[in-house]
Ligand binder design. Structure first.
Ligand code: ADP
Length: 218
């Protein structure tokens, strides 16, 4: 059976999460205390309920613990976000994902048992900066403080060379996990793969090595 999701707080972020999940074919219950927001999203999700998520009885009546994942996307009202998260964990929801407004809010959420804390504004800001500083990086995923995955377009430097003759791993200290060539994805490409200009390279490595790769190749 497909996972069932409930989204609490239908602002821009929560609304987008709810709509996207529904568009991908999942059952989505959308919850907000504001009747206008509930009305606006009604045709994009499976069910909508107007309720205050800081009300334990309301959450119980909804049967919130039966959902596989509950996303708390309450923005401004940090107190409501924290209380909701606490109640959801107390009621036994298996996975609670919460949007944090700032680091302190995030820390509190982790302490009270949030399974995942997300910082959409902060993360989007970081990604934008990466794309501003290094326009060659199409995508950037931070794995830890020191490690990332980047997606770069192969330019002339790489073109018509194999990974072997570029001596990629030794020269740059990072690894090509996958290459996309004209829409076809080659996972764990062999060292004999000859790179074409315009190929997309998905490279994993230490941030310092990834920086070196960009400096040397672009
Ligand atoms: P965004 O920045 O994603 O637009 P907002 O703070 O504007 O976030 O939106 C948060 C949503 O959460 C609003 O629609 C608001 O009505 C809803 N919300 C806030 N508190 C509660 C609550 N206690 N119960 C249910 N919904 C809530």
């Amino acid at each position: 059976m497909k996972k069932q999701f409930a989204i609490i707080g239908l602002g821009r972020f929560g609304g987008s999460v709810a709509e996207t999940l529904h568009a991908k074919g999942y059952e989505v219950l959308a919850i907000d205390k504001n009747p206008n927001h509930v009305q606006d999203i009604a045709r994009f999700v499976t069910h909508v309920i107007e309720a205050d998520s800081t009300d334990e009885n309301a959450l119980q009546e909804i049967g919130i613990r039966n959902f596989d994942v509950v996303v708390v996307a309450i923005g401004e009202d940090i107190q409501a976000s924290i209380m909701t998260t606490l109640l959801l964990k107390e009621l036994g929801v298996a996975k609670v994902v919460v949007k944090a407004q700032n680091n302190l809010h995030g820390k509190v959420l982790e302490k009270i048992g949030a399974d995942k804390v997300v910082y959409p504004e902060r993360d989007m800001g970081t990604r934008l900066v990466h794309s501003l500083i290094s326009p060659n990086i199409l995508e950037y995923v931070e794995l830890s403080k020191d490690h990332s995955i980047i997606e770069i377009t192969a330019n002339r430097f790489f073109a018509n060379h194999t990974l072997l003759d570029l001596d990629f791993r030794v020269r740059f200290g990072c690894s090509v996990m996958a290459i996309k060539n004209q829409g076809e994805l080659i996972i764990a490409p062999p060292a004999t793969y000859e790179i074409r200009e315009g190929d997309l390279l998905f490279v994993i490595g230490n941030n310092k090595d990834l920086k070196k790769l960009q400096e040397q190749a672009y």
